[in-house]
Design a protein around this ligand. Structure first.
Ligand SMILES: Nc1ncnc2c1ncn2[C@@H]1O[C@H](COP(=O)(O)OP(=O)(O)OP(=O)(O)O)[C@@H](O)[C@H]1O
Ligand SMILES: [Mg+2]
Length: 184
């Protein structure tokens, strides 16, 4: 941890010059054999999610970020007919009885400051934020978050998921480990 030596006081005293970095979990790597496996993973994570959560959905174009978000919304109880990709609107908000789920796709965000107009602060304060392309947020990316990075597999419907939790998500991932390991 970076420290600064304080002058005076007769003794060496130290204080952090930066906020203590949030601890990161060990990464979990999961093999997703098909859409059903992605649905199951999204359901397990949805069951652990609550107000003020941030879930970053990462990975290349077409790897399944929006598909994951759709499964997540269904698992949270969204019964509307359509769950459109927020490719052009940048955000779609879903009001559920327990919480609002904010689904962002920030691929086209040119400046992190533009998230103010999208209601990003409200999402962080009270919603569950699912964020495709979270790296577009730069310094606005919340430290406390779950990262779900998807990768293409060998067969067309195969994917790999790599999960890293920051802050409180470290312990929540530990709660999920048994479910991850259990056969579908
Ligand atoms: N196991 C799987 N998990 C997720 N998606 C899958 C899987 N198998 C096949 N697919 C298909 O891959 C496609 C993923 O498209 P999707 O729009 O979700 O990608 P995306 O990562 O959101 O892309 P973009 O970066 O353009 O937003 C969908 O057609 C989906 O049905
Ligand atoms: Mg998408």
């Amino acid at each position: 941890m970076p420290v600064v030596l304080l002058a005076g006081g007769g003794r060496n005293r130290y204080k952090p010059v930066m906020p203590v970095p949030q601890s990161a979990s060990i990464p979990r790597e999961l093999f997703l054999a098909d859409l059903g496996a992605t649905e199951r993973l999204a359901g397990l994570i949805a069951a652990q999610s609550r107000s003020a959560d941030v879930i970053g959905l990462m990975g290349p174009l077409g790897c399944g970020k929006t598909t994951f978000a759709r499964f997540f919304l269904r698992a949270m109880g969204w019964r509307g007919e359509e769950i459109p990709s927020p490719t052009f609107t940048l955000v779609q908000v879903y009001s559920l009885p327990s919480v609002e789920v904010w689904h962002f796709d920030l691929y086209r965000l040119s400046d992190p400051a533009d998230t103010v107009e999208l209601g990003f602060e409200d999402a962080l304060a009270e919603g569950v934020s699912l964020i495709e392309w979270p790296d577009r947020l730069g310094a606005l990316l919340p430290r406390e978050r779950l990262e779900v990075a998807l990768e293409m597999g060998v067969a067309p419907d195969e994917r790999k998921a790599r999960l890293i939790g920051y802050g409180g998500w470290c312990s929540r991932l530990r709660l999920l480990d048994e479910s991850f390991a259990a056969p579908a």
